[in-house]
Design a protein. Structure first.
Length: 166
């Protein structure tokens, strides 16, 4: 019997849990919140730059590699590395006080999408898949391409699901 381990979800579940834990910070008065957000955000950016730079300087790069800054910014998203999270969440946390000053329709759009991030996260995966099938149907005349059988994570086990369940 085969088993799929979705290891890429583990860091993102931690990020979501940290977001819930960060909620009380967003509810305190604006001067203190601004200081906390700036301190946390800028600290994350500094840690990213220092640790990322140390790691890159310890590992010599071949002569044909991109410049230092590009290599520093090229972090793993899947699975999310700590450097990727510091690089992306640090600036966002530092910008929270500025984002709260936005007024009008841009503010309303941010509020709508900010209240339902898990919904959009979960919906984007099947939406992308259905879109790919539709494009495949247009290009090849069939939505069932041989590519999908060899895509990453699509390994077929020798035991069909009906056999496992029955």
């Amino acid at each position: 019997m085969g088993m799929a381990i979705l290891y890429v979800l583990v860091p993102w579940i931690g990020v979501m849990a940290a977001g819930y834990g960060f909620g009380p910070v967003l509810q305190i008065n604006s001067d203190r919140k601004k200081k906390i957000c700036l301190w946390l955000g800028l600290s994350a950016i500094v840690v990213f730059i220092v640790v990322g730079s140390v790691i890159l300087t310890k590992n010599p790069a071949p002569p044909d590699t991109p410049p230092f800054i590009i290599r520093l910014l090229r972090q793993n998203k899947y699975p999310a590395s700590i450097l990727f999270l510091l690089m992306t969440l640090g600036p966002l946390i530092a910008l929270i006080p500025s984002a709260e000053k936005i007024k009008g329709w841009p503010a309303q759009a941010l509020i709508v999408f900010g209240r339902v991030p898990m919904f959009y996260y979960l919906v984007h995966i099947p939406l992308i898949h259905v879109s790919a099938l539709f494009v495949n149907l247009i290009q090849e005349g069939s939505a069932n391409s041989a590519w999908y059988a060899s895509a990453a994570g699509m390994h077929v086990t020798s035991h069909p699901i009906r056999k496992i369940n029955g």
